[in-house]
Design a protein around this ligand. Structure first.
Ligand code: KG4
Ligand code: ZN
Length: 333
């Protein structure tokens, strides 16, 4: 498979993005058109509106990415596209654009898993050493993957209910803080105190996560403070919530490390932009395991973008996709 010049398209949620990667190293362009301002007014992503905005923006993003890279379509050797997981209509827009380019310019097509993209985002800052443990935390997923080799993913555990990012967004909405909640709560948390005792999930399955109990506890806490007319600071709620989330996530990582010997621990997904999580995971892992390297993705590559997808495409061991390829909203790694 000729992967010298990859054009990647990502439209799984609320970012339309196109990137061009040369020789698996040189990122020639990474155009990201975010729809956040539109979805903000609804307090979350509206799938139908997301699809429509992807349709409006995709051609412009492709054009801009090509211009920034200074290439012609004949220079491209592979078209990579997110085939899932994500919103079905949104994914379709990217896939149809990718197929059109593939047919028009006779360039092979490769479907890529969005979560692999999140993991491979870190390849922009570090080589991978296997075995590697990846904690993937995004708006739709909370998973632990053991990678024993390049592009080999073994899911050790995942959330049984809500994803971390989803809970951040919900807590933010209840506090009247807006969408997306993650960055807002993250900022407020650093100005608050950890003064509310929130529950720690008790689940039998060692590596599984559960966040619905914590979410309900925060919602109940806010409701009861308001009903009693008690004064409270949103900063303190944000801080207490975030501390608990980070404890839960990093505790699981530490649990895996007791059982599996790994060379690197990698953080991935939109929630990996979280300042406290970035700090605590490095602190706790390196305090206990001097030989384990902790890889944190660069901030520009934490939330959805096509650069991460292009990198995953470069390392993917999957065969070319044929033109009958469809999307899969619940695609697993
Ligand atoms: O990976 P992503 O861009 O989209 C999905 O694939 O889901 O992740 C988006 C999620 C949102 O829920 C957003 O609130 C969360 O990532 N997020 C954060 C932060 N920045 C984004 N969560 C916590 N702290 C942040 N700084
Ligand atoms: Zn994502």
């Amino acid at each position: 498979m000729d992967k010298r010049v990859i054009l990647a398209i990502e439209t799984s949620c609320d970012e339309t993005s196109v990137a061009i990667l040369k020789d698996g190293k040189e990122l020639l362009s990474n155009v990201v058109s975010t729809q956040i301002e539109t979805h903000k007014q609804f307090g979350g992503v509206m799938p139908e509106i997301a699809s429509r905005l992807h349709v409006e923006n995709i051609t412009m993003c492709i054009d801009k990415a090509m211009k920034e890279a200074g290439l012609t379509y004949q220079d491209l050797t592979l078209i990579a596209v997110t085939k899932g997981p994500g919103l079905i209509g949104a994914l379709h827009v990217g896939l149809q654009a990718a197929k059109a380019l593939s047919i028009a310019y006779n360039i092979p097509l490769l479907g890529v898993n969005h979560m692999a993209g999140h993991i491979y985002a870190s390849r922009y800052v570090s080589d991978f050493k296997f075995p590697l443990l990846a904690l993937v935390v995004s708006g739709g997923h909370t998973q632990l993957y053991l990678m024993k080799g390049e592009y080999e993913f073994e899911c050790l555990g995942e959330t049984r209910d809500d994803a971390v990012g989803e809970v951040y967004d919900k807590v933010s909405r209840v506090l009247g803080l807006g969408y997306p909640g993650g960055p807002i709560i993250d900022r407020l948390a650093s100005e608050g105190e950890n003064k509310y005792e929130l529950p720690y999930p008790k689940i039998g399955d060692k590596y599984a996560f559960s966040f619905s109990g914590l979410k309900t506890a925060v919602l109940n806490l806010v409701n009861s403070l308001e009903m009693k007319g008690e004064e409270y600071k949103k900063e303190d709620i944000a801080c207490s919530f975030q501390k608990k989330v980070v404890d839960i996530l990093v505790d699981k990582v530490m649990l895996v490390l007791k059982e599996y010997s790994v060379k690197q621990v990698l953080l991935a997904g939109g929630v990996s932009a979280n300042k406290e999580l970035r700090r605590v995971i490095v602190e706790r892992v390196t305090a206990e395991y001097k030989d384990i390297e902790v890889i944190i993705p660069p901030m520009w590559c934490c939330t959805d973008n096509a650069a991460m997808l292009a990198m995953a495409a470069y390392y993917s061991n999957e065969e070319f996709s044929d033109l009958m390829m469809g999307v899969n909203p619940s695609l697993c790694l």
